[in-house]
Design a protein around this ligand. Structure first.
Ligand code: COA
Length: 348
């Protein structure tokens, strides 16, 4: 198994200065799915923990969700959108192959002075994008970066395949990454890893340059997510604990030093198993997979938003984020959560 690139964040201190999230209004319950698929509320809850998920409406796409989350993060950061110098959208369900979803997100969020690109790293995409943003701000390349995780996964999920249709949901989350203003928030380090030999375990086979769209790919339903559930489960339970352990070690902390663990919300059993491996008490693990299912690149910022709203994420808390997914990829980030931010209108 390939190892990871793991390092404390060097350069000037960097923190998350704003947070936003959005989910579409339409709720799809397990009973709704059981009405059209050979499945049951009991099976889904026992195997995944999921009770319901959100689904985009006709005509709604990933950027529509990301724009709402991005705007909320900018307001939360009290930053003029024109001071954003880069917009990164992490997604596995982009609006189109070209141009980048981030281009529309930047436009509609009013980030007129920003570069924009999409980042594809499976469900680890948000952690990867956060790492790219943090590195760019720490090194002085950019002052403020908007990172958006946005997914309309129902568009690439085969609603006739019970093995995947019950798992995925739609949503978006966003953060603004800025120089730390000294109120306590600081991103401490990252661990990013990849094992390309797991490519076939989780993939959308067609629509790219290897297998372009054709009548045959449509007939074979190859534009939808194909997954080897057991293989992904085994990989995920191992890698979450390993990646979390590495970033803690490299930053000089122990599991007991962490106040809140936010793991990618793929499945409650994966989260529980990783928590046991790491020796984390349940009260320190935040979950909302029950309400949203697996929202891929949106799941971690959605957790941060909900955890803060519920009083589970407070200024000064040390937080460990871990993502994993297609690639196979994984990523962990250790940070200290900041307090309310003073008004900022540009380079400090
Ligand atoms: N409803 C009812 N039965 C289902 C079902 C569903 N939605 N999906 C599968 N089954 C059936 C299977 O056909 C199988 O039946 P069989 O025993 O008659 O063959 C049985 O349930 C057990 O299937 P299995 O695949 O062994 O279940 P599992 O315990 O591995 O759970 C997952 C399946 C998908 C929930 C689990 O493997 C998983 O969570 N994997 C990780 C997926 C993931 O997180 N992906 C995204 C990563 S970013």
């Amino acid at each position: 198994m390939p190892s990871s690139g793991s390092a404390p964040l060097m350069g000037r201190p960097v923190s998350i200065s704003g947070l936003g999230a959005y989910v579409p209004e339409k709720v799809v319950t397990n009973d709704d799915l059981a009405a059209v698929l050979d499945t049951s509320d009991q099976w889904i809850k026992e195997r995944t923990g999921i009770a319901e998920r959100r689904m985009v409406d006709q005509g709604e796409c990933s950027s529509d969700l990301g724009i709402v989350a991005g705007r909320e993060a900018l307001v939360d950061a009290r930053i003029d959108p024109q001071c954003i110098e880069l917009v990164i959208t992490a997604t596995i369900s982009p609006d189109r192959i070209m141009p980048a979803t981030a281009s529309r997100v930047a436009l509609e969020c009013g980030c007129r002075n920003a570069g924009a690109y999409d980042l594809s790293a499976g469900c680890s995409g948000f952690i990867y994008a956060l790492a790219m943003a943090a590195g760019a701000v720490a090194g002085g390349l950019h002052e403020h970066v908007l990172v958006v995780g946005a997914e309309a996964l129902s568009r690439i999920t085969d609603q006739q395949d019970r093995a995947t249709a019950v798992l995925f949901g739609d949503g978006a989350g966003a953060v603004v990454v800025s120089p730390s203003d000294g109120v306590g928030g600081r991103i401490l380090g990252f661990d990013l890893g990849n094992d390309g030999s797991g490519e076939e375990l989780l993939t959308v086979p067609a629509g790219g340059s290897r297998l372009p769209a054709s009548c045959s790919t449509v007939e074979k339903r190859q534009h939808f997510i194909k997954m080897n559930g057991k293989g992904v489960f085994k990989f995920a339970t191992r890698v979450v604990a390993e990646s979390a352990g590495r970033v803690l070690e490299r930053c000089g902390f122990d599991v007991d030093d962490v106040d809140l663990f936010v793991l990618h919300q793929a499945n409650l059993r994966i989260i529980d198993s990783a928590a046991v491996k790491l020796g984390i008490p349940g009260r320190k693990v935040y979950t909302n997979v029950q309400r949203y299912g697996n929202t891929s690149c949106a799941s971690i910022p959605l957790c941060l938003r909900d955890a803060r709203a519920e009083g589970r994420l407070k200024p000064g808390d040390r937080v460990l984020l871990v993502g994993f997914g297609a690639g196979l990829t994984w990523g962990a980030c250790l940070m200290e959560w900041g307090g309310p931010r003073a008004v900022s209108n540009g380079r400090e």
